[in-house]
Design a protein around this ligand. Structure first.
Ligand code: GDP
Ligand code: GDP
Length: 437
């Protein structure tokens, strides 16, 4: 798993500007998925040879000043739960505020590595005297940055990197499968995790200062070893539906990054909603193996065709993930919950599939014999060869004479040929087209 760096701070301190500066144009992890839009809240980048995920926890605008603190608490909480290092961003123009101090205390208590940055230090001369008041936060030496000009961002990243785990550790981490349980609010995420763990965990209420750090739950049975990442987290009572949704997307995003397999929970009584499509799209774009879990199956009145109909509805609603198996469960009664484990293990293995170049090229030759590659104005696409360059998800590079001729439909066809031959069930795959000669 790659380290996660989260940017936390009051509205308008410059979080999104800093995010954009650090990510630059190197954004998308996986190619765009038609029909799935998402806010730019995370991206992958690298510094001194270490790649990491950067998350902007902002993007939610409190409406009144007295809401700022509770919004920041939520942001900070999400970052504490998921990040490797937290950048706490402040603003020299507004100076140190009471809510900065509150959040700093909360971050300090969490024991997470915190890097304090003071933004809008645009001139490079002697620092603004107001800069020094940020020492009062008790978070160590502040780093002066200008998100607009980029000054200080190198120092900032150096400071973050020192908290990253050694690279070897990152690679040979614990072999338990990390499972993110994602879905819209009330889909039944907590219920499922509680059912699996066989205990009712206490759900922290929205009392000032309450934090719950340990949201990863380790679980072991004869099917394997699993870590469940519960994205339900703290229940925040907000009157604004939209805010709840944004927080759930942010939580889901970070949990997905840390996971090997995503369980996408759909509420059977509501069918596939727009928000489900969005959450599933995040897992797809992150290149994670996924299982679509239709929950609350106990509430559905059934006849002989109900499951087939629902399956079709799910396939239509989540058309970009036809590779994901669908399981119908009830977190409440426990129906088929035990089937999840073998499925998680299975798709996790599928995502790690390695296929030899020889086998790939015989499938490629066969595919081209059956359906001729497209041509345009007398020039025909020639595919020279194909090789696998990565796993999780399986990533293939295809070399051809002219990338423009390699239409999406032929890529789709090739993807289907690969899936028909090698399975690759439950995992997205990436085809990178390279033009040669
Ligand atoms: P966010 O709400 O924390 O994401 O803040 P934004 O990134 O949207 O920035 C808020 C405002 O501060 C915008 O008007 C930015 O142009 C401005 N801003 C951000 N970074 C800097 C900076 O380094 N210097 C100056 N002068 N302005 C900045
Ligand atoms: P979360 O927000 O996704 O974590 O959802 P919760 O686990 O809190 O569940 C939301 C509501 O749905 C609660 O009232 C649960 O009791 C209920 N619920 C969850 N799973 C099931 C299920 O399988 N069947 C039924 N009947 N209710 C469920």
């Amino acid at each position: 798993m790659k380290p996660i760096v989260a940017i936390v701070g009051r509205p308008n301190v410059g979080k999104s500007m800093l995010f954009n500066k650090l990510i630059g144009k190197r954004l998308s992890i996986v190619e765009d998925t038609p029909g799935v839009t998402r806010d730019r809240i995370y991206g992958e980048t690298d510094w001194n040879g270490r790649s990491f995920i950067l998350v902007d926890t902002g993007g939610i605008e409190p409406r009144t000043d007295d809401q700022i603190l509770s919004f920041m608490r939520d942001q900070a909480q999400i970052a504490i739960e998921n990040a490797t290092v937290i950048i706490f961003l402040t603003d020299v123009r507004t100076g140190l505020t009471a809510s900065d101090q509150e959040v700093a205390n909360m971050l300090l208590r969490s024991g997470k590595p915190i890097v304090l940055a003071v933004n809008k230090m645009d001139s490079t001369g002697a620092p603004d005297p107001d800069f020094y008041e940020f020492y009062n936060l008790g978070l160590g030496d502040p780093i002066a940055v200008s998100a607009v000009h980029g000054h200080g961002t190198g120092d900032l990243l150096d400071a973050c990197l020192q908290y990253f785990p050694p690279e070897e550790e990152e690679e040979e981490e614990d072999d338990a499968i990390k499972v993110a349980v994602i879905g819209k609010p009330n889909a039944g995420k907590s219920s499922l995790v509680n059912r699996i763990l066989g205990e009712e965990r206490v759900i922290v209420s929205n009392v000032a200062g309450t934090t719950r750090d340990a949201i990863d739950s380790y679980f072991e049975n004869d099917q394997g070893r699993f870590v469940f990442i519960d994205t339900a987290g703290i229940r925040r009572k907000s009157k604004v539906e939209e805010d709840i949704e944004k927080y759930s997307v942010l939580r889901a995003t970070m949990a997905i990054e840390r996971s090997d397999v995503c369980l996408i929970l759909i509420d059977a009584t509501e069918g596939v909603t727009e928000q489900d499509t969005k959450v599933a799209g995040l897992a797809h774009e992150a290149g994670k193996a996924s299982i679509i879990v239709v929950n609350k199956w106990d509430l559905i009145e059934k006849d002989g065709k109900t499951m087939d109909k629902m399956r079709e509805e799910v396939r239509n609603g989540l058309a970009f993930m036809t590779y994901a198996p669908i399981l119908f469960i009830s977190a409440k009664t426990g129906q088929r919950v035990d089937r999840l484990f073998e499925l998680i293990d299975y798709v996790s293995n599928q995502a790690s599939t390695r296929i030899t170049t020889g086998m790939l090229n015989s499938v490629l030759a066969d595919a081209q014999t059956r359906v001729q590659p497209p041509s345009d104005k007398g020039r025909r696409l020639k595919i020279y060869y194909m090789t696998q360059v990565g796993i999780r998800p399986p990533h293939f590079v295809v070399f051809c004479n002219d990338a423009r001729l390699f239409h999406f439909s032929y890529q789709r066809y090739l993807e289907n040929c690969l899936r028909n031959t090698f399975g690759l069930e439950g995992t997205p795959i990436i085809l990178s087209i390279r033009q040669r000669g």
